[in-house]
Design a protein around this ligand. Structure first.
Ligand code: SAH
Ligand code: SF4
Length: 357
């Protein structure tokens, strides 16, 4: 089977040429796939029935298999997909009142970076996703939204995995989001744990895509304890790469700060962060910790969060609290996979119990 979602326009043209179809059929098919975003060949009504039948028989739309889906009362929809080799990945769609429809997508099955509070980090690394597997997660949400007259507006590479540990595929997927799904670069965000050489490479790429850095601590000692990668790329090198990015791109950089009670939410940490980021064109997103089974920390209390933000404000650094979306559906990436696998293991165990010896 040929997966049509993996073909670029010239490849689609070649396929239809080989099938002896007139040239304009490729334009029509492309239009159904990426402009109209239909989910079946039956809907492609201006294609002759014999062509639709051939497409049905010899091609497919995507390769991800939906294994589980959970919807939150706040409108967040989280999905677990299996890949052709049995790996699992997660993707989330967040719908906001201001019409933003944001897909959060994965770049790897698992992650090698081992951040202690992250459910994906806790499960270890399985493999890189292909550019097509990354792109398809956004494509499938775009398709569902189109079916109800809505439109995917933003994509964040903040699901499972470290995008800059799978740099080429992640960037290729980002380019397809821009060309095939016509998302503006400013509506796409790549988040990295801080792989310094890749931040510089990304700056040189010249894309207008937004960059977010997962910071979480303002001293090497504390950051190294939460994010092992800090031992390889300490803060001095990281901030220098961030400055390179803001200078080169002329764009503001975002920092992610997961607030953990008693760990990194103290006034001292806020002061140190204020000093660390002085003079940098940046914004800090503060996110209360989403508790995971493999880490004992707790989210910070409301008062602490506000105090943290106020101190940053005194240093002239804009900071906002990101609302935790889908908290009732394990929307922190990696959490749904853990839960479904546990449920399946329990199911398998109970089946075994009922089998005769
Ligand atoms: N690997 C990339 C992108 C995926 S993680 C990165 O680390 O930036 C996306 C964001 O979620 C990161 O800022 C990460 O630190 C944060 N995160 C991971 N686990 C979390 C948790 N349990 N609670 C809150 N934020 C978490
Ligand atoms: Fe990987 Fe990001 Fe999780 Fe760290 S926070 S383990 S880099 S996915």
């Amino acid at each position: 089977m040929i997966d049509l979602y993996t073909l670029d326009k010239p490849a689609l043209e070649t396929l239809l040429a080989v099938w002896d179809e007139p040239r304009f059929r490729a334009d029509q098919l492309w239009n159904w796939l990426y402009d109209r975003r239909v989910a079946s060949f039956a809907e492609m009504t201006n294609l002759p029935i014999r062509l639709r039948q051939r497409l049905e028989a010899e091609t497919q739309l995507g390769s991800l298999v939906l294994e589980d889906e959970q919807s939150s009362h706040d409108g967040t929809v989280k999905r677990l997909y299996s890949l052709h080799d049995g790996q699992f990945i997660e993707a989330v769609l967040m719908e906001y009142d201001d019409d933003r429809r944001t897909a959060c997508i994965s770049t790897q099955a698992g992650c090698a970076m081992g951040c202690v509070f992250c459910a994906t980090g806790q499960m270890g690394f399985a493999r890189n996703l292909t550019a097509d597997e990354i792109f398809e997660q956004a494509m499938l949400y775009a398709r569902d939204l189109a079916a109800r007259g809505d439109r995917l507006s933003n994509v964040v590479l903040m699901g499972m995995g470290e995008p800059f540990h799978n740099y080429d595929n992640a960037i290729h997927a980002v380019r397809r989001l821009m060309s095939d799904l016509e998302l503006g670069a400013r509506h796409i965000t790549v988040s990295t744990v801080g792989l310094v050489p890749m931040i510089r490479r990304f700056a040189d790429e010249g894309l207008q895509v937004k960059l977010a850095i997962s910071l979480h601590a303002a001293t090497d000692e504390e950051r190294g304890a939460l994010l092992p990668v800090n031992r390889k790329y300490p803060l001095r090198e990281l901030i220098s790469a961030c400055r390179y990015y803001t200078d080169k791109s002329g764009r503001r950089i975002s920092f992610e700060w997961t607030l953990i009670q008693g760990e990194n939410d103290t006034p001292e940490q806020a002061e140190k962060l204020g000093q660390l980021l002085r003079g940098l064109n940046c914004h800090v997103n503060v996110i209360p910790l989403n508790p995971t089974t493999g880490y004992g920390g707790h989210p910070s209390a409301q008062g602490r969060i506000q105090q943290f933000i106020n101190i940053l404000g005194e240093h002239g650094i804009p900071a906002t609290v990101r609302i935790r979306r889908g908290i009732d559906i394990d929307a922190g990436c990696g959490q749904l996979k853990s839960k479904v696998l546990k449920r399946r293991a329990a199911h398998a165990a109970s089946l075994e119990d009922t089998l005769p010896e």
